[in-house]
Design a protein around this ligand. Structure first.
Ligand SMILES: Nc1ncnc2c1ncn2[C@@H]1O[C@H](COP(=O)(O)OP(=O)(O)OP(=O)(O)O)[C@@H](O)[C@H]1O
Length: 318
C-alpha cells in the first residue's frame, strides 16, 4: 500500500512507483495493464520484495513482507510463485529437473520431489514431457513448465510477468485458460501484468490501468464496464467508428430479460435503427453491446431511461 519507488541514476532519477495502492482479493485474478515504462514490472517485483519499495507496505496473505528480512523473507517468498515472460528455464535440465529445482533448493527429499513433480506436470498437461529438454518444447509448453515450477512450493499467490506476451494468440488462449483453471482448482490468487487489453478481458476479475508509476483507474472489471467515462471500459470496448450524430452505444454489463429497444419505441416514440452489436465474455460474464441510431424528439428522455435501468449509454458520434 502507498508504494513508492524511485530509481536514482547518475544524472537523473526515475519515479517508477508513485504512491500505488493495490488490493487484490483472495482468489481473484487481478491484471495491471499499461505501456512500457509504466512501472508494472517494478510493482510486480515489489510484491515479493525482489524490489524493496522506498515507501509503503506490502502485505501478502496476512503477512507484512516489508517488515521481514533474511530467512523470514525467503520463507514468505516461497509462498509466492512467479511466472516469467521468457520462461527462465534451465536449458541443461529436463522439464522434470526444472520443476524439481525449487524443491531441491528448499531441501525436499528425492521421493517426495519426484512425486510432486509428476503431479505438477499432470496438472499443467505435460505428463508425457518429463524427460524432454526445454529446447525440444514449443513456447506454450515452456510456459507450462514455468507455471509448474512456480507452483512447486504450493504458493497461495502467483505473480505473472507478461506470461503470454511471447506467445501466439492460440497458445496465449490456452495458457490463460490454464491460469484460470489453476485459480479455480487450487484457489490461487493471481496478480498479472500485461500490455494486452485482451488478457484483461479474457481472465481478469479486477484490473488497473497504470501510467507513469500511478494507477489511473482500478476496480472490478464488470463494475468499470458499467461506469461512464471509464478508460478501461473504453479500451476494452472501443466505440465503433461508423457512428453518426444520432448513434449511441448501449452496453449491458449483465444480462437483462427486458426488451429495451421495443420499449423505447413504445414509451418515447423514437425510431431505433440497429447498426451492430454482439455479446462478449468478460471475466466469465456476458457483456452485450448494441450500436443503434436513436431518432425522435424524445431521444434524450429515451437515453435517460436506459441509464436509469442500469445500462451504459455512450454517444458514439461525438
Ligand atoms: N533497475 C532499474 N534502474 C533504473 N531505472 C529502472 C530500473 N527498473 C526500472 N526502471 C525505470 O522505471 C520505470 C518503470 O519501469 P518498469 O520496468 O517497472 O515498467 P513496465 O511498465 O514494467 O515496462 P516494461 O513493460 O517495458 O517492463 C522506467 O522508466 C524504467 O526505465
Amino acid at each position: 500500500m502507498g508504494l513508492q519507488k524511485v530509481y536514482r541514476l547518475k544524472k537523473r532519477q526515475v519515479t517508477a512507483l508513485n504512491g500505488v495502492d493495490l488490493h487484490v482479493r483472495s482468489g481473484e485474478i487481478y491484471g495491471v495493464v499499461g505501456q512500457s515504462g509504466a512501472g508494472k514490472s517494478t510493482l510486480l517485483r515489489s510484491v515479493n520484495l525482489l524490489e524493496r519499495p522506498d515507501h509503503g507496505t506490502v502485505e501478502v496473505d496476512g503477512e507484512q513482507l516489508t517488515s521481514l528480512h533474511g530467512s523470514g523473507l525467503r520463507a514468505a517468498r516461497r509462498r509466492i510463485g512467479m511466472v516469467h515472460q521468457h520462461f527462465a528455464l534451465l536449458s541443461s535440465r529436463t522439464v522434470a529437473g526444472n520443476v524439481a529445482f525449487p524443491l531441491e533448493v528448499s531441501g525436499v527429499g528425492r521421493a517426495q520431489r519426484n512425486a510432486k513433480v509428476g503431479e505438477l506436470l499432470e496438472l499443467v498437461g505435460l505428463g508425457d514431457k518429463a524427460k524432454a529438454y526445454p529446447s525440444q518444447l514449443s513456447g506454450g509448453q515452456k510456459q507450462r513448465v514455468g507455471i509448474a515450477r512456480a507452483l512447486a512450493s504450493d504458493p497461495k499467490v502467483l505473480l505473472s510477468d507478461e506470461a503470454t506476451s511471447a506467445l501466439d494468440p492460440e497458445t496465449t488462449e490456452s495458457i490463460l485458460s490454464l491460469l484460470r483453471r489453476l485459480r479455480d482448482e487450487l484457489g490461487l490468487t493471481i496478480l498479472l501484468i500485461t500490455h494486452e487489453m485482451d488478457v484483461i478481458k479474457r481472465i481478469c476479475d479486477s484490473a488497473a490501468i497504470m501510467a507513469d508509476g500511478e494507477f489511473l483507474e482500478s476496480g472490478r472489471v464488470l463494475d468499470l464496464i458499467g461506469t461512464p467515462g471509464s478508460l478501461l471500459a473504453r479500451s476494452l470496448f472501443p466505440l465503433p467508428d461508423n457512428g453518426g450524430p444520432d448513434t449511441v452505444v448501449v452496453t449491458y454489463p449483465r444480462s437483462f430479460d427486458q426488451p429495451f429497444m421495443s420499449e423505447l419505441t413504445r414509451r418515447f416514440d423514437v425510431d431505433v435503427n440497429i447498426l451492430g452489436g454482439g455479446v462478449e465474455e468478460v471475466a466469465g460474464h456476458s457483456v452485450g453491446r448494441l450500436s443503434v441510431d436513436l431518432l425522435g424528439s424524445r431521444r434524450n428522455e429515451a437515453i435517460d431511461y436506459l441509464t436509469q435501468q442500469g445500462l451504459l449509454v455512450e454517444e458514439a458520434g461525438q
